[in-house]
Design a protein around this ligand. Structure first.
Ligand code: FES
Ligand code: FES
Length: 197
């Protein structure tokens, strides 16, 4: 068995050894995936989505068209959304990769994921990991995006179920919620007529 999955205890992933199935040389790479250091040797043509799903077992990232058309495979590399089906694993050597598995913490959904649930933005769910990662990148650089900014950011992510309106609703709501001052902070006083909680 040439490949080994992540070792949660060590926070690292073991290196594979040997040669590719076609007899070609493997290329050693080292990267960070969802905060864990990963060192692995890959065939030169292995894509990032294959590395994530087939080697590291991170199957939250979806492999849809495998041709750069659907956005289902979107992950973050150094905070920027990339199509992992069009990205070679060797191209992320030394870089920081985040997948949808990184969003929920301690068994709790991230606010963006909660907004997707609240607004009915996930139906079959196949597009959802890619949508979430693209939207996460948007929310990191634009605290409170408007609907046009959300639509523009998500233009490369296709959804066959929702008609997009609920997805845009969810991302806008998540931005508004994260930009709103927390209860008790300056400016968070109840509006006139509103009962304090
Ligand atoms: S699977 Fe990558 S864009 Fe469709
Ligand atoms: S929820 Fe089914 S493709 Fe988007």
């Amino acid at each position: 068995m040439p490949w080994h999955g992540p070792d949660p205890a060590a926070g690292t992933t073991a290196v594979a050894a040997g040669v590719a199935a076609d007899g070609g040389a493997l290329v050693p790479i080292a990267l960070t995936v969802n905060g864990d250091r990963v060192t692995v040797a890959v065939p030169p043509a292995r894509t990032l989505v294959e590395l994530l799903r087939e080697v590291l077992g991170l199957v939250g990232t979806k492999q849809g068209c495998d041709a750069g058309d659907c956005g289902a495979c979107t992950v973050l590399v150094d905070d920027e959304p990339v199509l992992s089906c069009l990205t070679l694993a060797v191209a992320v050597d030394g870089r920081r990769v985040e997948t949808v598995e990184a969003l929920a913490r301690g068994g709790r959904l991230a606010p963006l994921q909660e907004a997707f649930v609240r607004h009915g933005a996930a139906q079959c769910g196949f597009c959802t990991p890619g949508m979430l990662m693209t939207a996460s990148a948007l929310l990191r650089r634009t605290a409170r995006p408007d609907r046009d900014e959300v639509r523009h950011a998500l233009a490369g992510n296709l959804c066959r179920c929702t008609g997009y309106v609920k997805i845009v609703d969810a991302v806008v709501a998540a931005g508004e919620a994260s930009a709103a001052p927390a209860a008790g902070e300056a400016g968070a006083a109840p509006a006139a007529g509103e009962e304090p909680r």
